[in-house]
Design a protein. Structure first.
Length: 414
């Protein structure tokens, strides 16, 4: 019986064998057979086929026996040894059958992911957030979050609209805390300042939001051609919704469904304003719906028929990204991407939420981890079931307001 060599000796033997194969030193390779047989990691897939080729090169009878032995043990990577194998044994009458035997050895993959969620294409999302060091100051001034994202957004919308009565003055800053401090001293501002407080307040409450600049069809000339509002991704509605902080209102369709800006732009008839504030401020929906003709959001603008970069008073309308399709500016924030990783040495999937305020993942209705001190990556990672058969899981991102809409993952195990 040949004892298995130590790790260091086996490494040396492997090196000598590889060099012999490359240098066509066939007898050197053949002399190593007894030791190479103890190399269980590589005997079947490397050394046995190599020795078969070496045996043929020196004219040994039955040189193919080692190849047959390897195939009987499960060897199938004949392509790695071509053209040497075919040159040595291709004339054998049963060579085609030999190759078929080897091909049949390819095992089924132990694990195959067959269906997974993938986010839709969209431009990078830019939210309107207050500076990080100011967010706590803003939070202390805001109403407490409600039961869900939509209730929280409605409450903040009503609160914002009641802070002051509209005036045309401007503070010329983009900071909600500054606006609120001046309002506390009696200042009154325009729609722009309502949009600042609303968008930054929503983000402080972990509701993704950005500002929206609305413009009438001929906005490059005249007066009163623009209006500033905000829009937010509402977790429990699984959609973007336009919110008017000045008027304390959002717009709904005939079924009462809150609408996003592209839906409002596509309508032939004005949508119905729904007021949540104390004042029924929008008395003429048709007048205000005219402002939906053109729009920019934080980070992007779109203009299918051409973008006019100048506003009524000649000021430039800056935008970070100019789009043709408004859909590109509206990522679905319940979308997920899936990554594959190792967890404790086993294959796992990692949920990669599109939602900027996701705090974890959900797997078939259960949080992936409830441990507050668990590493962040484990809040999004789950091991794949290796039991033979087909498997599926419903995945979702988890935000401070609960799980988002689910996406399906499927895989099979052999």
């Amino acid at each position: 019986m040949t004892l298995a060599p130590s790790g260091a000796k086996l490494a040396r033997v492997r090196t000598v064998a590889q060099d012999a194969m490359r240098g066509a030193r066939w007898w050197t390779l053949l002399d190593l057979e007894r030791t190479l047989r103890t190399d269980t990691e590589f005997w079947r897939d490397l050394w046995a086929p190599s020795l078969a080729i070496a045996g043929h090169k020196v004219g040994l009878k039955n040189a193919r026996a080692k190849l047959d032995e390897a195939i009987d043990a499960g060897f199938h990577q004949t392509d790695l040894f071509e053209p040497e194998l075919s040159a040595a044994f291709g004339a054998d009458p049963d060579w085609a059958a030999v190759l078929e035997r080897a091909k049949a050895n390819v095992p089924a993959p132990p694990l195959r992911i067959t269906a997974w969620p993938q986010p839709g294409a969209a431009a990078p999302l830019r939210l309107d957030r207050i500076e990080a060091h100011r967010e706590l100051q803003l939070l202390t001034r805001l109403p407490r979050p409600g039961k869900g994202a939509w209730q929280t957004a409605r409450d903040l919308l009503a609160w914002t609209s009641g802070l002051w009565r509209h005036a045309n003055a401007r503070i010329n800053v983009g900071d909600a805390v500054d606006v609120l401090e001046q309002v506390a001293n009696g200042a009154r501002y325009s729609c722009v300042e309502y949009s600042i407080v609303l968008a930054q307040g929503l983000n402080a409450l972990k509701i993704p939001a950005r500002r929206v600049w609305l413009r009438r069809g001929d906005y490059h000339d005249g007066v009163g051609q623009g209006h500033a509002v905000a829009e937010a991704w509402i977790d429990d509605l699984d959609r973007w919704v336009l919110l008017d902080g000045q008027h304390g209102a959002y717009w709904a369709d005939e079924d009462g469904r809150p609408l996003c800006l592209p839906e409002l732009q596509a309508r032939e008839r004005p949508a119905r304003p729904v007021h949540v504030g104390a004042r029924q401020a929008i008395q003429d929906p048709g007048l205000w719906s005219a402002y939906f003709a053109h729009a920019s959001v934080t980070g992007a603008a779109w203009a299918p028929e051409g973008f006019v970069p100048l506003f009524q008073d000649g000021q430039v309308l800056p935008t970070e990204r100019l789009l043709r399709d408004p859909g590109d500016a509206y990522p679905r924030l319940s979308d997920l991407a899936i990554g594959v990783t190792a967890q404790d040495g086993a294959p796992a999937v990692r949920i990669r939420p599109e939602h900027p305020y996701a705090v974890g993942g959900v797997w078939n209705g259960d949080p992936i981890t409830a441990a507050v001190k668990a590493p962040v990556e484990r809040r999004f990672t789950r091991l794949l079931d290796r039991a033979p058969g087909d498997h599926k899981a419903d995945l979702a991102a988890l935000t401070p307001y609960g799980p988002l809409a689910t996406r399906e993952l499927r895989w099979s195990a052999a």
